[in-house]
Structure formats: C-alpha cells, structure tokens
Design a protein around this ligand. Structure first.
Ligand code: SF4
Length: 135
C-alpha cells in the first residue's frame, strides 16, 4: 500500500498517461495562446450589373388619344381641347412640356412621358395625371 504522499506525487504522471491514452496532449497554457477561431468564409462577390442600354426615344410612336389608358386619363394632343367639364382642375397653360412626368427635350414637339412607356406625347398635350414640373 502506497502512502498518501506517494499517491499525490504520482498524480501528474497518471494524468499524463490518461491524456496520452485518449490521444490528447496536455495543455501548455503558459507558452502558447489559444488558437484563433476559424474565419467566416467570405461570400462570393455579386456579379456586376451591366449598364442599361440607352433607349432611343426618338423612335417611339406618338400616343394615340384613343388608347384606352390615354382616353381614361383624358389625354389630348392639344391642351386647348381639354374637356374642362370632365377635368375642372385643368389650369390654363398646363401642358405636357411643363409636366413633371415629361422627359422630352425643351423645344421638341413631342417627348416621352413616364406614364406612357414606349410612347411619345405631344409637348402641347395634357392629361388628367398632369403634375406641374418644379423648376
Ligand atoms: S402625365 Fe404629364 S406628360 Fe404625361 S400625358 Fe399627362 S400631362 Fe402629358
């Protein structure tokens, strides 16, 4: 039978033997820092979005007053023909050329309107969706 002192003296060797049997290594916390956590994988960069091709609006056809949406909005190619009975909010001088939805060049007879994609409206036209352009 071993004495208590002998058992205490053998404990470090017993611990090392247990760790070796388990395949582990005794920790050397005094000389080596803890391993850094694995870095998160970087997600792949998104594919670049190609620029939108320029649209040649000069080839757009003119908006027909008989177009169902145009007719519903009371579009007329000449604002002098606005049905003021149906559109009492019409203000004299309002026309596509000074509407916020119009993107035609100044001085052009017609230009695109964001309300009627792919069509040109008359610069002197008007419809019930008119929004005064802010200077
Ligand atoms: S929204 Fe403006 S630019 Fe378009 S048709 Fe109506 S008044 Fe003209």
């Amino acid at each position: 039978m071993k004495s208590r002192r002998e058992i205490i003296q053998l404990m470090p060797f017993a611990a090392a033997a247990v760790l070796a049997a388990c395949g582990g290594k005794p920790a050397d916390t005094a000389s080596s820092p803890a391993p850094a956590p694995a870095a998160e994988p970087t997600p792949p960069a998104p594919a670049p979005v190609p620029p939108e091709p320029a649209v040649d609006t000069s080839t757009f056809p003119m908006l027909d007053e008989a177009d169902p949406v145009a007719a519903a909005l009371g579009y007329v190619a000449d604002s002098a023909r606005v049905d003021t009975g149906k559109f009492p909010n019409f203000v004299a001088g309002s026309q596509c050329a000074n509407c916020n939805l119009y993107s035609g060049a100044a001085g052009e007879a017609a230009g695109p309107c964001s309300l009627f994609t792919g069509k040109k409206v008359s610069a002197t036209g008007w419809c019930g969706s008119y929004v005064k352009k802010i200077a």
